[in-house]
Design a protein around this ligand. Structure first.
Ligand SMILES: Cc1cc2nc3c(=O)[nH]c(=O)nc-3n(C[C@H](O)[C@H](O)[C@H](O)COP(=O)(O)OP(=O)(O)OC[C@H]3O[C@@H](n4cnc5c(N)ncnc54)[C@H](O)[C@@H]3O)c2cc1C
Length: 409
């Protein structure tokens, strides 16, 4: 079988690209290895600039129809101040990107399933579960795979690697993955029966040896994350881990977290060490990588979905503009992505240093940061990169001089 495009990996990036290209009239084969999408504690919060990317690729309405839930307010709690003071500083979330009412939340397995179905509806041949047996790249790319007991060989001028962090296509093409050092542990859990909290308000905060983030999914369901020191490996291991994890949300500085601590675990608790990775050129003859396969950002700033949707938008634009028979030029994608990831790596490092370091020195640094930010709002401008997009902040704020000013000023 010959297609215009073969996409390996039917998660967020792969299914979104399949839908976009099938809608543009291209023949697309989409291969997903799982039988069902499971909760692996992945992204469920799309930043306003990522929401704008979903609009540009024409998938926003699909996500809303699937239950996508907008948030409208943010509160940063901190052990250095009273809860009432933090709550007075509540931030509205509708002003970061024109035409976007705020971040959008949607459960990750349901999000993947929605996009996979949309790809099928748009005309892509979406197959699961599939085992990819071998891939040839170069001038005549092809894939050998098994599906429902049958073995098939498919060819296309281009294969897209959208298989997430452990991309075997990246490896097959010899594309090096650079990684920085892990900064902290980061665990996530879905919680039900969270009663009495506003379901359109996200919160973050740090107290003692724990930093938290909460993202309501609508109703009484909330996705929560907690960060803790690298030295505390195994802190939430064991059968009682989820319960102990929820207890860690009980904080003097954030009384509303009581409702989280009283909630019911509604999925697995997984811990990851947080770091960044990147590739210099996420393409090779016959191959382009998108999403985590091309390198990921520290999840502390929750941008993997936004990054992936931008990849989908740029790659689909290049493919649509490439005349039939011509080789797509992915250099502009590589250049934009390199600078995008550099800036977001910087923003993630600032947030991790401020919110996910613990002890008296870290507490004093956060106190100084909050006090000085009142006089000089540019100290927190890296947060605008998180909400409005990396290009929304001038280049001089992604420098060592700025880092020094924020963290050691
Ligand atoms: C703890 C944590 C929290 C996060 N929180 C956020 C957040 O709040 N907001 C945010 O924007 N991002 C967040 N992220 C990041 C976000 O989840 C990812 O960046 C995003 O899911 C990447 O999408 P993707 O399509 O590249 O990969 P994935 O979503 O991982 O999809 C890859 C797909 O490829 C399939 N696959 C793999 N190998 C093969 C194969 N050989 N053949 C066929 N199929 C294959 C997999 O089954 C999967 O369906 C978080 C990440 C972590 C780890």
């Amino acid at each position: 079988m010959t297609y215009d495009l073969i996409i390996i990996g039917g998660g967020i990036g792969g299914s979104a690209l399949a839908a976009a290209m099938a809608r543009a009239g291209r023949s697309v084969l989409l291969l997903e290895k799982s039988t069902v999408f499971e909760d692996r504690v992945r992204g469920e919060w799309i930043s306003p600039w990522g929401v704008a990317e979903t609009q540009r690729v024409g998938l926003y309405d699909v996500l809303r129809a699937a239950g996508g839930h907008h948030l409208d307010q943010h509160i940063s709690y901190d052990e250095n101040r009273e809860a009432a003071v933090s709550e007075e500083g509540a931030l509205p979330l509708d002003g970061f990107v024109p035409g976007v009412p705020g971040p959008l939340c949607l459960g990750h397995p349901h999000h993947c399933q929605t996009l996979l179905e949309e790809a099928g509806r748009a005309g892509a041949r979406a197959l699961r579960p599939v085992t990819v047996e071998s891939v040839s790249l170069g001038a005549r790319p092809s894939v050998v795979f098994t599906h429902e007991g049958g073995r098939e060989t498919a060819e296309a001028p281009l294969i897209v690697g959208a298989e997430g962090r452990q991309s075997s296509l990246r490896e097959a093409a010899g594309i090096a993955l650079h990684q920085n050092k892990p900064h902290h542990w980061f665990a996530g859990l879905l919680v039900d029966d969270v009663k009495g909290v506003r379901d359109t308000r996200q919160t973050i905060g740090t107290e003692g040896d724990f930093g938290f983030l909460t993202f309501p999914q609508g109703g009484e369901r909330v996705r929560v994350y907690g960060g803790y020191a690298l030295s505390e490996k195994g802190r939430f291991h064991g059968e009682d881990g989820p319960r102990r994890f929820l207890q860690a949300f009980r904080m003097r500085c954030a009384p509303e977290n009581e409702a989280i601590a009283e909630g019911t675990p509604a999925g697995p608790l997984y811990s990851y060490f947080n770091n960044d990775s990147w590739t210099d050129e996420p393409f090779a003859p016959g191959l382009v990588l998108i999403g985590d396969a091309a390198g990921w950002n520290d999840p502390i700033i929750g941008l993997g979905l936004s990054i992936t949707y931008r990849d989908v938008r740029i790659v689909s634009e290049i493919l649509k503009e490439t005349p039939p028979g011509a080789t797509p030029d992915f250099r502009p994608y590589a250049e934009e992505r390199a600078e995008r990831m550099r800036r977001l790596r910087f923003a993630g490092q600032m947030v991790a240093a401020l919110d996910m370091e613990f002890g008296e020195d870290a507490k004093a640094r956060r106190k100084r940061f909050y006090e000085r930010s009142k006089e000089d709002p540019t100290l927190g401008i890296h947060l605008a990169a998180v909400m409005s997009g990396p290009e929304a902040v001038p280049a001089e704020f992604f420098t060592e001089a700025h880092r020094e000013r924020v963290l050691n000023g």
